[in-house]
Write a protein that binds this ligand. Sequence first.
Ligand code: BGC
Length: 444
Amino acid sequence: MPRRLVLLAASIAALGGLLFGYDTGVISGAVLFIRGDFGLDPGMQAFVISVVLVGCVLGAGSAGWLADRFGRRRTLIAAGIVFGVGAIASAASPGVAILLASRFVVGIAIGFASVVSPMYVSEVSPAGIRGSLVSLYQFAITIGILAAFVVDYVFAGGGEWRMMLGLAVIPSIALIAGMLPLPESPRFLYKSGCVEAAREELQRIYGDGDETRDAEAAMVESLRVKQGGLEVLAQPAVRWALFVGVALAVLQQVTGINTVIYYGPQIFEMAGFHSASASILAQAGVGVVNVVMTLVAIVWIDRVGRKPLLYAGCTGMFVGLCALAVAFATKGAGAALGPVALGSMMLYVGCFAFGLGPIVWVLISEIYPLQARGLGMSVATLANWVANFFVSQFFLLMIAKLGRSGTFAAYAILCVVTIVFIARFVPETKREVLERIQVRAASS
Ligand code: BGC
């Protein structure tokens, strides 16, 4: 029974991921019609797309503080409300100014969710299944992205961009309604001094045995890290976790995933897919691979551990990118470029989906001591959004400067850097009680 409650809590909190995926994915199709209705020039179109990322940076930057001050549950409910308001306002926008403002608001909500959803799930999960449950959040992101592709496709015929943007209100309501009856994270309760309530929640999660006592002892140990604001940064354990968290968050982006997610159809056009609908269909195929391969992480992450999946995933991404680089350099060399590009991109995305995609979020939610978790997750997630912004802004420029093959080769090199970083700095956190991770890693 308690496990069922944990699974329910994880699935509802994962709706934050669904909104994240949907709202970052939906705009690429919607903007094709918005530009006509509002008469946008290319600069303004790019701004309509990227303003959401600016909101994400602000939302992620403040989410940790909010989650530490008001609790994980309330912050997630707030995220749902902000999402809903942003979705309705953007769907009803009479002009570009309101549209920009409401997309910015949606970005703030995505920023909140991207910090607090994995944080809440990680904190309510028993150690032995924590990796799988936090991976549910990534699974929801991938479903959101795929749903956005499908919705864009369905409403493209009538140019109904307001429906595309407005439909996000449905999961927002589900997130709010689902979170209301759920319990607060025991870790937050403990940190806020509500020791009895925290103990009760821990018993609901772990039952009455040793696991509850062990988790409580680890929390007490973790709270020895100095209290208060930015001062926690003086602790070596926190500085170490901050370094690893930020680096992982940035590496997840600079290995190029969102060039495929945001620009997939354009890459397929470069590879010789001549009709727009063939490119969109190929992109939907990539979206399906992204969803399905995330299941590999859900099933295996707590069995084989985080690092083996990361190594396998990054190696596969490296191979996919090299194949793409060679295919563009040789123009397919006999084999048709289009199918080779499609196969390479599927390999690349599939390997991201069971490696860097879920596991970066899992690790970011695990490596910080309780006292610094809000701040640490905020900083790492903010770094993830900033890196996302730069990679997606400069992708077309990189293609112009380095060429197609040079660009994918650069991402391939960054996969190698990521593998070396993981080997050198990332701890294996499989089945470890949350607060022990940082204590062990910092003293090793
Ligand atoms: C990343 C996103 C990306 C998505 C793709 C997430 O883990 O943070 O930037 O779009 O995976 O599935």
